[in-house]
Design a protein around this ligand. Structure first.
Ligand SMILES: [Ca+2]
Ligand SMILES: [Ca+2]
Ligand SMILES: [Ca+2]
Length: 139
């Protein structure tokens, strides 16, 4: 009984931590789904492609305060490397537009979902591919 109370207190404490693109090591160990909860519109504890794309759009807007239609390389602030930026940036005169950014989110979603179901589960988020997905959807 005592241990179950302690466990739920720990869970409550874990919920208080702010989500960032970097997943804290302690959280990864416990596989808390707090990081997913932030984007989990339907509350099933999993991240669907729709939820990921929505989060990706919000991140795009947050990274693009000048309100133009593209993210320049400086605006992505190290979330993606120069090669990735270049690969998804089809029209080279400008930065990444919303469609290109969403294409990147989708590719990273699938890369982070090796079991091939329709959703990212907690354990999939705490992998290198899951962290790369977080880098483009978490803000
Ligand atoms: Ca969900
Ligand atoms: Ca911009
Ligand atoms: Ca999955």
């Amino acid at each position: 009984m005592k241990s179950s109370i302690a466990m739920s207190l720990a869970a409550v404490a874990a919920i208080g931590i702010t989500v960032s693109a970097e997943v804290p090591a302690a959280e990864a160990k416990g596989h808390s789904c707090k990081a997913i909860a932030k984007f989990d519109r339907n509350g099933d504890g999993r991240l669907s492609i729709f939820e990921a794309k929505r989060a990706g759009r919000a991140t795009f807007n947050a990274l693009n305060p000048d309100g133009d239609f593209t993210l320049e390389y400086a605006e992505v602030r190290g979330r993606i490397g120069p090669k990735t930026f270049d690969r998804y940036n089809r029209i080279k005169r400008k930065g990444l537009d919303r469609i290109e950014w969403t294409r990147l989110v989708r590719a990273r979603f699938h890369a982070a979902n090796p079991d091939g179901d329709r959703t990212i589960e907690c354990n999939e988020l705490y992998t290198p591919a899951g962290r790369r997905l977080m880098a483009v959807i978490a803000y």
